[in-house]
Design a protein around this ligand. Structure first.
Ligand code: MN
Length: 253
């Protein structure tokens, strides 16, 4: 199968790439909605995995543009929405926008493959993606993270390395966003941080980042300093825990 992944987060790109390659399918990555539309001008795919939250052009807008192009051609490429934050009512909005199914991030391998197979063998659009259950109130659940990666220890180590490098950049941008009252910057940085934390199933950081993302989105920064403080606390716990993991497992044996 030829798959197009539309995803702005580099860790999610890497994760999905590994999952897809294991199955033997080919994957092309578009880092933005615009890039995806440009690629689709010249190439055909069997399936699109579409991130919902992206800067500039959301997954919903990209999907709408794709469906508009398909009108009258009789074609309908299956599109699976992927998101770290599904709330009630979202699913209907996405299906209305022309998506065929949705998956919760971090993407569960079995759920992804099942959904892909179902979409592939039925010409009719699938109307029920299955969100994966996620643990709550955990700093970093290594066992769960490993399980979601199919026990791929090297990949987990790689992801933790990339995550640690990204965390400080995102935190800096979040702090700048708040001190310069740049709500767009705050929203973008908090979203990126939330995505990075989601891959480690670090729900404490995810929740704190999500709160700041929402403040940035609505442009109301009241209470953002307090929210930043609780994010910093969660981040400290996470980094401590990841640092321990790195010390124990990072050295090649
Ligand atoms: Mn995104």
């Amino acid at each position: 199968m030829n798959i197009l992944l539309v995803e702005d987060n580099p860790i999610n790109q890497l994760l999905t790439q590994r999952l897809i390659e294991k199955r033997g399918d080919t994957l092309v990555v578009a880092k933005s909605g615009r890039e995806a539309l440009a690629i689709l001008e010249n190439r055909q795919f069997d399936l699109i995995l579409m991130d919902i939250q992206m800067p500039e052009m959301s997954g919903i807008e990209v999907t709408a543009a794709i469906r508009e192009k398909e009108e009258g051609t009789g074609r309908h490429i299956p599109i699976i929405a992927t998101t770290a934050s599904a709330i009630k009512g979202d699913k209907d909005r996405w299906l209305e926008a022309g998506m065929d199914a949705y998956l919760a991030k971090p993407i569960d391998k079995d759920t992804l493959f099942e959904t892909m197979d179902m979409l592939n063998c039925s010409s009719q659009a699938l109307k029920n993606g299955v969100p994966t259950a996620r643990p709550i109130n955990r700093v970093f659940d290594m066992a769960m993270a490993l399980e979601s990666l199919d026990g791929d220890f090297d990949l987990l180590r790689e992801i933790i390395g990339i995550s640690l490098a990204q965390f400080s950049k995102h935190m800096q941008n979040i702090q700048d966003g708040i001190s310069k009252e740049d709500s767009k910057l705050l929203e973008r940085a908090a979203h990126a941080l939330k995505g990075a934390a989601a891959n480690l199933l670090a729900s404490g950081v995810m929740q704190a980042a999500s709160q700041l993302e929402e403040m940035g989105r609505t442009g109301s920064l009241t209470g953002s300093k307090e929210a930043l403080r609780s994010l910093e606390e969660e981040m400290e716990k996470l980094q401590l825990s990841l640092g321990k993991f790195e010390k124990e497992f990072a050295q090649p044996r």
